[in-house]
Design a protein around this ligand. Structure first.
Ligand code: URA
Length: 267
């Protein structure tokens, strides 16, 4: 089947997304059609040609889910999950978010669910999508190093020194674009239930997406370092490790935030 065929069916759409992802992984940069094209016959290109955008595949107009309100559906199945395993299964069965169809894996969480500290990130990137675990790429390596500096690790079996890590979005957005407000809204009930079930003492939100998910606002650079509260627990907003990789001078503030977290844990 050609990539562009049968996009009006569920299976066709899924096959097309997987085929495109596979080709992108192989390094394909130019889409071609089924009909041969004689490029010698084309009119001359303008001198300053804009970069060809990656091929976009539009979702079929009718999606194979019930048509119920996505936020209400998320709320009822998230609230009904009695355990973290049940919540993971509920997310896996949730069909209202289009991101799921382009993702290889559901990225639910990593670390120790009994940890005192829960880290809430934004969304999986390419490495996380491949592995099915949050924060395993470059940003994740920096995150591990940052928290190791105050004695916390996702691999620790001891709740006092452990981390539990999850994201607002469990599926990778295409091209790592920012999550839309609609995506954040429909995944929010799962995030709130996730926090309630993990029951951490403290929450760290990293970046604008979790700030917006929990507090309905953006502006992480203003918010960072200032403790606030939600679901009855203290929350520390911090800049995202991907931002710190791009902006090394912001690491000084991130270090101050880590020390503030350490002081709270000791208090
Ligand atoms: N960035 C995030 O916010 N989460 C991940 O899992 C990876 C990168």
């Amino acid at each position: 089947m050609g990539i562009g065929e049968h996009l009006d069916t569920w299976d066709g759409w899924q096959a097309a997304v997987q085929a495109l992802a596979w080709q992108a992984d192989l390094g394909v940069t130019d889409p071609i059609g089924d009909t041969p094209l004689d490029r010698y016959d084309l009119p001359p290109e303008p001198a300053q040609k804009a970069t060809v955008p990656p091929p976009m595949v539009q979702a079929p107009a009718t999606l194979p889910h019930t048509g119920a309100d996505p936020v209400a559906a998320a709320q009822s199945i998230a609230d009904a999950a009695p355990t973290l395993d049940a919540l993971r299964a509920a997310l896996g069965a949730y069909d209202h978010c289009e991101l799921k169809r382009g993702a290889r894996n559901l990225v639910f969480a990593d670390g120790n669910p009994a940890a005192r500290v829960l880290i809430l990130g934004e969304a999986p990137g390419r490495d996380e999508d491949r592995e099915g675990r949050p924060f395993v790429g470059r940003a994740g390596q920096l995150l591990d190093a940052m928290f190791a500096a105050i004695g916390l690790a996702r691999t620790s079996p001891v709740p006092a020194t452990a981390l539990y890590i999850t994201n607002v979005l469990p599926w990778r957005p295409p091209e790592n674009r920012d999550p839309t407000p609609a995506e954040i809204a429909m995944l929010r009930p799962f995030v709130l239930r996730h926090i309630t079930l993990a029951d951490p003492d403290l929450i760290v939100v990293m970046g604008n997406t979790p700030l917006s998910c929990l507090f309905g606002e953006k502006g992480i650079l203003r918010a960072r370092g200032h403790w606030r509260e939600t679901l009855g627990r203290p929350v520390l907003p911090m800049t995202h490790p991907a931002y710190l990789l791009r902006t090394p001078e912001a690491k000084r503030e991130a270090w101050a935030d880590l020390l503030s977290l350490q002081a709270r844990l000791r208090a």
